[in-house]
Design a protein around this ligand. Structure first.
Ligand code: SAM
Ligand code: SF4
Length: 463
């Protein structure tokens, strides 16, 4: 793999730098609309549970609160130190659970639970225990359930972590971003290394596995040299997984990102140099590039699942649990099963208002067409397997791939000409540095890419 990436032609990558979706869903979120209502969502839940009451469930819970604001943050979050606000949110979350859980077949097993944010660990250990036990009491949770949680080490105590483990959490993802003090100051996230190390030691003692650490490249004052130091420190921690996110600078959507001065940001060329260094360094330490910012040790199930072509992509990124219906709880959370996507109110008061009125808190949603399903499959397989078997698509959907995707193949030709994609009679393969352009390659198969983002910017840049 290292050889592949040592050929990375930075000029070539720059040519493809354009705004584009991250394809955690297809169609992407800007397509979701208020034409899909809470009643539609409720009916879909009822229909799905009547027709197919046995498939597994994956549950997502959103905890929007944080202790302090990281200026780069692109997540749906709000800063609060008012414990009453957190307690209030948990009351509403329970009410939402009470509305939805009875609609789901009791024999449907929950095989995956994810708590994201914001910062789930901004809850107190008592609150973590209370809501964790509540969730487990309301669903049929599989004893082998994969439970993961996003951790911010800055205000985490050993008691938080012990409580999470007691509730059943067995995986965690921890935000690090960058160890450089100047960078930390510029983004208002002061996080000494010792703190992260301490949390990792606790996690190890508590037998958390598949620990993931998040880094971001493209932050103010980062240089190849400074970021190399951060990556080396992370390598020293030896986590199973490392995410190296491309900083999504979208100040028109996230106003607080205006606190980051554009003149302090690395140039696109510097960012590419940082990325190249990072990939080479991680590869030389045995990490495999999964795709889309994610790296894993070859022994981690993410890497194994990729080799077995059973990897899957959802709103939390790459996952090994395919086929489970996703139900989201909490403000802004997204559900996806069968033909539908449904997203909850993104504004806290609107979320509360819906629940007070006894309604599900759906704000927008989308009903997929057959064409959406075909394209979702193609994009998913390309992003997870880095190749696509055309006969499988033909067989699965009863189409003639080359005819159906004539215009996509035409758009893909420039990737072929640049040595980033290979098209053979039966297969499309993403090769070499093409693996860093998964978003761009997926865009060739996106039927809506020319219609969304035209009137106002919605996507971050791809490189
Ligand atoms: C919800 S946060 C993780 C948990 C916790 N709040 C924390 O920050 O430690 C998820 C991750 O998203 C990433 N992230 C946040 N804003 C981003 C942005 N604008 N661009 C790229 N990645 C971002 C960070 O790496 C962060 O760790
Ligand atoms: S990066 Fe994490 S801790 Fe920082 S503001 Fe965003 S969600 Fe909160």
């Amino acid at each position: 793999m290292q050889a592949l990436f040592s050929q990375v032609d930075l000029g070539l990558l720059k040519k493809y730098d354009t705004p584009g979706p991250r394809y955690t869903s297809y169609p992407t979120a800007p397509l979701f609309s208020t034409a899909f209502t809470a009643e539609d969502y409720k009916q879909e839940i009822l229909d799905t549970n009547a027709a197919d009451a046995t498939s597994d469930l994956s549950l997502y819970f959103h905890f929007p609160f944080c202790d302090t604001l990281c200026y780069f943050c692109g997540c749906t979050m709000m800063v609060t130190r008012d414990r009453n606000r957190i307690a209030e949110y948990l009351r509403y979350l329970k009410k939402e659970i009470d509305m939805i859980a009875p609609l789901l077949g009791r024999n449907r097993k929950v095989t995956q639970i994810h708590w994201g944010g914001g910062t789930p660990t901004h809850l107190s250990p008592e609150e973590l225990l209370d809501i964790g036990e509540y969730i487990k009491s309301k669903f049929n949770v599989d004893p082998e359930v994969e439970m993961s949680v996003e951790i911010d080490p800055r205000e985490l105590t050993q008691k938080h972590l012990g409580t999470l483990r007691h509730v059943g959490f067995n995986r965690m993802s921890m935000g690090i971003q960058d160890f450089d003090e100047r960078v930390q100051k510029a983004v208002n996230r002061i996080q000494p290394e010792e703190l992260s190390l301490q949390v990792l030691k606790w996690a190890e003692a508590l037998d958390f596995h598949s620990i993931n650490l998040d880094l971001i490249y493209g932050l103010p004052f980062q240089t190849v040299e400074s970021f190399e130091k951060t990556v080396r420190k992370v390598l020293h921690f030896s986590p199973e997984r490392i995410a190296v996110f491309n900083y999504a600078h979208v100040p028109w959507m996230k106003k607080h990102q205006q606190l980051i001065h554009p003149e302090d940001l690395p140039t696109p060329e510097q960012k590419l140099d940082i990325l190249k260094m990072t990939i080479e360094l991680l590869a030389s330490h045995g990490y495999e590039y999964i795709g889309m910012d994610h790296f894993a040790k070859p022994t981690d199930e993410l890497a194994i699942s990729q080799k077995e072509k059973t990897l899957y992509r959802n709103f939390q990124g790459y996952s090994t649990k395919s086929g489970a219906d996703l139900y989201g709880f909490g403000m802004s959370s997204i559900s996806h099963f069968q033909n539908v996507y449904a997203q909850n109110e993104k504004n806290l008061q609107d979320y509360y208002k819906a629940i007070d009125a006894g309604r599900l808190a759906t704000h927008v949603g989308y009903r997929m067409t057959e064409d959406d399903h075909i394209r979702k499959y193609v994009i998913m397989r390309l992003m997870c397997d880095l190749e696509l078997d055309l006969a499988t698509v033909n067989e699965r959907f009863g189409i003639d791939f080359k005819r159906y995707f004539e215009s996509s193949l035409h758009q893909l030709q420039r990737f072929v000409d640049d040595g980033l994609v290979e098209i053979s009679p039966d297969k499309i393969s993403i090769i070499g540095a093409g693996r860093l352009l998964l978003r761009n390659i997926a865009m060739c198969f996106d039927a809506y890419i020319d219609t969304i983002g035209k009137t106002k910017p919605v996507f971050s840049r791809t490189v």
